[in-house]
Design a protein around this ligand. Structure first.
Ligand SMILES: [Zn+2]
Length: 375
């Protein structure tokens, strides 16, 4: 590819990444403004209105959460439409039709609403019955909830959005089978997922637990990469399995959740009445819980990302060792960067805050050093 085109792609990637990060930060700011508004004015009014319909605690909470989520979704529709649809089309990364986007948004809304209502009902049940130790119980429930979600996501949630089928191509199957030998991943657990219905981007992932453990490779990757490149990407995902990264991330999620719930308890027990709410288990104080969780999540995000980047580096090294083919790894990274418009050399601060994977330039640099180290 001529140099000028590469430069143009690099420029486009920088613009695309910048817009994505601005949107992410704006999303957090809008959510915080909404939460502050609800805390100061809206939440008590909303609870009083629903109290006129029902006195049942569980129904009151479910209706409160329904309105709470509908309002924040309406407020953030412009951001999610621009980020999830317009921007992807401007940068020619999307095949999705407008109706398809609407359908997916409705599914995401219903799914998150159901999960949130279940979680909030559980939190408030413990808040009512164990006002001093509720956060310990909720953390334990959170662990089980995370495990169940990780286990069921590939069989219950992913199929709501994308179809996946076991890999059929015999050459690819054979190539991947030899890599998977001895790792505990069965070739029957390697799936092709039809991302191409919505996007031109390529992706791969390890998902599930125990019987639902699987490697997902996008059709956009399988259909246009060489076998050697596919093997590099697959071996990277095998690395996540071999190093138990899903479990390790669950432990990190549990620590973050536990810290968040403990801090919620501290803030609620110190400030709930000052802020104008009745008691610690007043559903009107729910925006306070959200604010604390958003704050702790944002503060801990760079640490979680740093750990994730470390895991990704481990898997890159694993992939190169396993395939003994750093050149294929480098060309796969090059293709992925180009196809997904990934910024190869992000600003250091942006990398520190937002990057769950090392930037492509560093991943390629690491592989090049391996090539030089080879005899
Ligand atoms: Zn990875």
């Amino acid at each position: 590819m001529p140099d000028i085109t590469k430069k143009q792609i690099a420029k486009l990637s920088k613009r695309y990444s910048l817009q994505k990060h601005i949107l992410a930060v704006n999303g957090i700011i809008v959510a915080l403004i909404y939460l502050v508004f609800m805390c100061l004015f809206g939440s008590n009014i909303l609870k009083d209105l629903i109290s006129q319909i029902t006195v049942n605690q569980y129904l009151l909470i479910a209706l409160y959460i329904l309105v709470f989520v509908v309002v924040i979704d309406i407020i953030t529709i412009p951001l999610s439409f621009y980020g999830g649809f317009v921007l992807e089309h401007i940068f020619k990364l999307s095949n999705q039709k407008f109706l398809g986007w609407v359908k997916d948004e409705i599914k995401k809304f219903l799914l998150s609403l159901v999960l949130l209502i279940i979680m909030v009902e559980i939190i408030y049940m413990f808040l009512r019955n164990f006002p001093n130790s509720w956060w310990i119980f909720v953390t334990i429930i959170w662990i089980f909830f995370s495990i169940i979600m990780a286990k069921l996501a590939p069989v219950l949630i992913f199929p709501l959005f994308y179809k996946s089928v076991p890999i059929e191509n015999e050459d690819i199957k054979k190539g991947l089978e030899s890599l998977a030998e001895g790792t505990g991943v069965n070739i029957q657990g390697v799936y092709k997922i039809n991302l191409s219905k919505d996007t031109k981007k390529a992706n791969a992932a390890l998902a599930g637990m125990g019987s639902t453990r699987r490697v997902l490779l996008s059709d956009t990757l399988l259909d246009s990469y060489s076998l050697a490149e596919i093997k590099s990407v697959f071996a990277h995902e095998l690395g996540h399995h071999v190093y138990h990264h899903i479990w390790k991330m669950l432990v990190i999620g549990t620590i973050t959740g536990g810290l968040g719930f403990a801090l919620c308890h501290y803030v609620l027990s110190k400030m709930v009445e000052t802020l104008g709410f009745q008691n610690i288990h007043d559903i009107a104080a729910f925006p306070v819980i959200c604010m604390v969780l958003v704050a702790i999540g944002s503060i801990l995000m760079p640490i979680q990302n740093a750990i994730s980047r470390r895991f990704e580096r481990e898997c890159d090294r694993y992939a190169i060792d396993k395939t003994n083919d750093p050149e294929a790894f480098i060309s796969a990274m090059d293709k992925l960067a180009e196809q997904n418009l990934a910024d190869r050399t992000p600003n250091r601060l942006v990398e520190f805050l937002f990057y769950s994977h090392p930037p492509i330039s560093k991943r390629i640099e690491m592989a090049k050093q391996t090539t030089q180290a080879l005899p």
